[in-house]
Design a protein around this ligand. Structure first.
Ligand code: BV8
Length: 233
């Protein structure tokens, strides 16, 4: 890889479902976008919630329960270890709604699509930490604090500033099919920030990255950090 990373301090990671795949959380593409024979795009929408709150809450109750059965994998832990190093400033912008980056040791996580561990009151807007199962009697009162298709992403006021301060932008485990997440690489490269894509396969945004490293995140991310950032994990 021809990038000179010796002076890198501020690193921004953009992560997708692929970074959690080795922890046992299915990616969206794994299930060819299906859940209970519904397309994710169909379930993860305000319209679906309006039409069938029970179906949508079943989807999120199941995934919230799964959080208790999975653990951070070597990719989460390597990024977490790096974020503890004083000579690096690490920000993780994640499309994932799981808590594995936090549990892997990352202190600055921007959940641009929300979090499974939060619910939001439909009338007051109150956001509450919640790790249990939403009961049927509450289905229409509380919704998952998750960004559905057609809804504005979270952290939009912070993301441009975080990216503008980056010396390096690394995407890990995303098919780069969902916007505005997929387009953030262009925001980085437009500012001359070196960009690296780490993924199991090439994506339709691979040509927008300086380098694409193919393989499993749990292997490539620790290897990249040790070899190119000279950090002993
Ligand atoms: C918005 C929360 C406007 C839900 C999610 C037409 C063209 C362009 C855009 C659009 C369009 N029509 C509509 C849009 C906009 C739309 C969009 O982009 N649609 C797509 C489908 C075309 N976007 C939106 O609606 C966004 N909002 O635009 O709002 C607006 C503005 C102002 C005011 C009002 C409105 C909101 C999008 C957020 C949707 N919510 N998540 C939930 O999680 O339940 S998206 C959800 O799907 C995920 O968060 C994630 O973003 C996406 C899945 O993507 P990935 O994470 O990349 O996962 P995927 O499975 O696809 O890929 C995994 C990759 O990992 C693969 O490449 C695989 O090879 C790799 N991999 C697998 N294993 C490993 C691995 N890599 C390494 N190691 C491994 N072990």
């Amino acid at each position: 890889m021809e990038l000179d990373l010796t002076k890198v301090k501020n690193i921004v990671f953009l992560t997708g479902a692929g970074v959690s795949q080795e922890s046992g959380i299915k990616t969206f593409r794994d299930q060819n976008g299906l859940w209970e024979n519904h397309s994710i795009e169909e379930v993860a929408t305000p319209e679906a919630y309006e039409r069938d709150p029970a179906l949508v809450h079943r989807f999120y109750n199941l995934r919230r329960a799964q959080l208790k059965e999975v653990d951070p994998n070597p990719a989460h832990k390597a990024i977490g270890h790096l974020s503890q190093y004083e000579n690096f400033n690490i920000s993780v912008i994640t499309q994932n709604v799981d808590d594995l980056h936090e549990r892997g040791g990352v202190t600055k996580v921007l959940h641009m699509h929300g979090e499974l561990r939060k619910i939001r009151h439909n009338h007051t807007g109150e956001i509450r930490y919640f790790e249990g199962q939403v009961e049927e009697s509450e289905f229409k009162i509380w919704r998952p604090d998750i960004v559905w298709f057609g809804e504005a992403i979270k952290c939009s006021e912070h993301i441009p500033e975080v990216i503008s301060q980056a010396d390096l932008y690394i995407a890990v485990g995303t098919s780069s099919q969902v916007y505005p997440a997929a387009g953030l690489v262009s925001m980085a490269s437009a500012q001359g920030i070196p960009t690296v894509e780490i993924n199991l396969e090439r994506t339709n945004m691979s040509s927008s990255y300086n380098t694409t490293l193919l393989g499993k995140a749990g292997e490539i991310v620790p290897e990249f950090i040790e070899k190119h950032l000279k950090v002993k994990l």
